[in-house]
Design a protein around this ligand. Structure first.
Ligand code: EPU
Length: 444
């Protein structure tokens, strides 16, 4: 298990570029199950969850390999920059007829997003058997809405032995209203409905940019989806889908993490290749807190003056997009420890997403958690400590706190971070931070 050793405090200064969005790339990979033709994806982040999804697809008969990008799609093209690596493409193609429509527990338990193969397998092969993902560090996270939606399209859905088994000779378009907006639930239904007979109308959909990105890929493959990214999505079913090339959107959560990094360290960071509209809830909040935000063609620049008194405590409540993202709540809490005043952070999306709070307290933060709310009293001088990452975003919170803290911070269990942040230590080093990855054998 790797650890990060961080010496601080250091202001983060410079330019950084977000990788492709993990949560857009995952459903994009699952979409390759819907066709025999190659699906070529650009800007797929090199993170562990994507490797897990590739393993699962391989098991299901879809091979994938990285190639030098031949002709990336014209738009939206990243600006040329001296540091930009030659672009690679991930090409996915069915290697053998589906011998298995079965996603086993061993693969699914390591990553909940594996459930995204349910919709496409069912739509394409008429049968899918996928292990129930179970709970996880941040909450119970049921998939009842995925199953209700598939049943509304005519699937027979059964639960047996920890697995969900779904069957339908061909799905039939229907009107379905989600009881609550769910990101992967909406994506699963889109993946299924594009091969259904007739028209599907999905209401109360998740409006996250990652949902809209999936619809763009599916439409490039020949699907007929309109309204994705809004509350109501209409899918006119087609008989088959072909291959396509698609560039995954930049990761707004990763990018937002570096902007918060600039704020918490009194730094100055330009986030290149960012979509400001997708980050609006964070940018508005940072501006309220006293961070100078500038959006230009070059990217999003966040500047903060160092020293106590320059940041104001501001409350936040997480909510589905376009609300404040739950995936930035932990990082925002780290920021609030350095702001003057008392802030209340309400987590409304997941029931158990404050596990970073006691770890922050080990670094000197004054955080009091009460159910779904946390009160942070600031400012506190953070001091380095040994802390433990418990989930992906909690890890990012602790790493940012470590860069802002005086002394040495050791963040253990960095494998959580590796699920979703590509080369975080390298990007932070590029911004001036003193962060080193220690493999277990090197760590004392
Ligand atoms: N929910 C249900 N029933 C369902 C589905 C969801 O009750 O059938 C509940 C969940 O328990 C939760 C709420 O609805 O309380 C929202 O969950 P959602 O389904 O939207 O989450 P998800 O699709 O499982 C995705 C991201 C998460 C991100 C959430 C919320 C992917 C692969 N994962 O999860 O990302 O936090 O949406 O935005 O897209 C992360 O990247 O760190 C991460 C956890």
């Amino acid at each position: 298990m790797d650890r990060f050793h961080i010496s601080g405090p250091t202001p983060l200064v410079g330019r950084v570029c977000a990788s492709g969005a993990k949560n857009a790339a995952l459903p994009a990979l699952a979409a390759s199950l819907l066709t025999d033709e190659p699906v070529t994806l650009y800007r797929v982040p090199r993170v562990r969850d994507l490797r897990t999804m590739r393993r699962l697809l391989d098991y299901l008969g879809v091979g994938s390999e990285e190639r030098e990008a031949a002709e990336p799609p014209e738009s939206p093209k990243p600006p040329e920059s001296p540091e930009s690596r030659p672009e690679t493409a991930l090409v996915l193609q069915r290697a053998r007829p589906s011998s298995s429509s079965d996603a086993p527990y061993e693969l699914v338990k390591t990553m909940r997003a594996s459930v995204l193969v349910l919709g496409p397998l069912l739509a394409r092969f008429g049968f899918a058997r996928v292990s129930l993902p179970g709970g996880c560090a941040i909450g119970v996270r049921p998939i009842d809405q995925h199953l209700k939606g598939l049943a509304a399209l005519g699937a027979d859905v059964r639960l047996a032995g920890g697995y969900v088994e779904t069957r339908a000779s061909r799905l039939a378009g229907a009107r379905f209203r989600f009881d609550l907006p769910t990101v992967t639930g909406t994506e699963n239904l889109l993946l299924a409905a594009c091969l259904a007979r007739g028209t599907t109308v999905l209401e109360n959909c998740a409006r996250e940019p990652e949902v809209a990105d999936l619809a763009r890929l599916l439409n490039a493959m020949g699907a007929r989806i309109s309204g994705a990214g809004g509350d109501t999505v209409v899918v006119d079913g087609v008989d088959g889908l072909g291959g396509a090339a698609h560039r995954v959107i930049p990761d707004r959560i990763e990018g937002g993490t570096y902007l918060i990094g600039a704020a918490i360290t009194g730094g100055d960071v330009l986030l290149e290749q960012a979509v400001a509209a997708d980050l609006a809830p964070l940018l508005d909040k940072l501006a309220e807190v006293g961070v100078e935000i500038e959006v230009s063609a070059a990217g999003i620049r966040a500047r903060a003056r160092g020293g106590d008194g320059s940041l104001r405590a501001r409350d936040v409540a997480t909510a589905p997009h376009p609300g404040f993202p739950t995936d930035l709540q932990a990082q925002y809490m780290a920021l609030m420890t350095r702001a003057t005043g008392t802030s209340t952070i309400r987590e409304t999306v997941f029931e158990n997403r404050f596990q970073h709070a006691p770890e922050l307290a080990r670094m000197g933060a004054r955080v009091h958690v009460d159910g779904g709310s946390a009160r942070v009293d600031g400012p506190t001088e953070l001091t380095g400590a040994a802390v433990m990452a418990t989930d992906l975003r909690a890890s990012a919170c602790l790493v940012l706190a470590g860069v802002a803290a005086a002394g040495t911070t050791v963040v253990d269990r960095i494998y959580h971070l590796d699920r979703g942040y590509e080369g975080m230590e390298l990007k932070l080093q590029g911004l001036g931070a003193h962060v080193a990855r220690m493999a277990e054998s090197m760590a004392t």
